[in-house]
Design a protein around this ligand. Structure first.
Ligand SMILES: Cc1cc2nc3c(=O)[nH]c(=O)nc-3n(C[C@H](O)[C@H](O)[C@H](O)COP(=O)(O)O)c2cc1C
Length: 213
């Protein structure tokens, strides 16, 4: 990332705290997680639900930062362990973020969204109409090169491990008043091709997030 771009991002974060990814290119340096203290876990559990109507509006940089940290961020610096558990601590699920400005990979260690593609691939992340316009589609990808065990246990644990991440996202969205739905109805082959995935990477689920309509 060039120094000029870094400054542009930092200044825009400082003054408006609004995500202006539509005007930027390159990696997105996320903010440290900051959660409103008045929302309880009870509130989040009570309000958790799937929604399929999304406003045509971006998330703020703070919301995007909180969301990714909640999904699978590092919550123990000493061990590098995450907000979601994984079998054998394999940490084999990568969280990709498809937005209007392109496709990004969440680097949890550095809490950065690394740009992978310039193309807007939101429409390829699912077979439902809303996916192409919602601010964000998360794509949960198991990287079997980082998973232990035979093919059957890799498939089983990558599905369970994805469930924890998805539920973290659900609870964050419920607490923050964002709309979300996890999705299995996706053409995985087509999406994997768009994402230029390695044969050992497998798309498990996708999840749309945005402001409610
Ligand atoms: C593994 C999984 C796959 C799902 N796939 C889809 C999907 O492709 N499209 C969709 O609209 N909802 C999908 N859902 C959401 C469910 O339809 C939803 O969770 C269910 O109707 C219960 O509603 P609730 O989440 O509001 O409690 C999926 C949920 C799960 C757990």
């Amino acid at each position: 990332m060039s120094g000029k771009f870094k400054n542009t991002v930092l200044i825009s974060m400082f003054f408006s705290n609004v995500l202006m990814v539509a005007q930027t290119a390159g990696d997105i340096r996320l903010l440290p997680p900051m959660f409103a203290k008045e929302t309880t876990l009870y509130d989040a559990l009570k309000n958790r639900k799937s929604e399929r109507s999304f406003a045509d509006a971006d998330l703020s940089i703070q919301q995007l930062s909180n969301l990714l940290w909640a999904a699978a961020g590092v919550n123990r610096e000493d061990s590098g362990k995450r907000t979601a558990p994984t079998a054998h601590n394999d940490q084999e699920i990568d969280v990709y973020a498809a937005m209007q400005t392109g496709l990004y990979l969440y680097n949890a260690k550095d809490h950065i969204l690394e740009k992978v593609l310039d193309e807007d691939i939101r429409s390829a992340t699912g077979n439902q109409e809303f996916v192409k316009d919602a601010a964000l589609n998360l794509i949960y990808v198991a990287d079997f090169r980082r998973a232990k065990g035979d093919a059957e246990s890799k498939a089983f644990y990558s599905a369970t491990d994805t469930g924890f991440i998805s539920q973290n996202v659900y609870l964050y969205c419920a607490a923050e008043g964002l709309a979300t739905v996890v999705r299995g109805w996706v053409d995985r082959e087509k999406l994997a091709e768009k994402m230029q995935l390695h044969p050992e990477q497998q798309i498990i689920l996708t999840q749309t997030v945005g402001l409610p309509k």
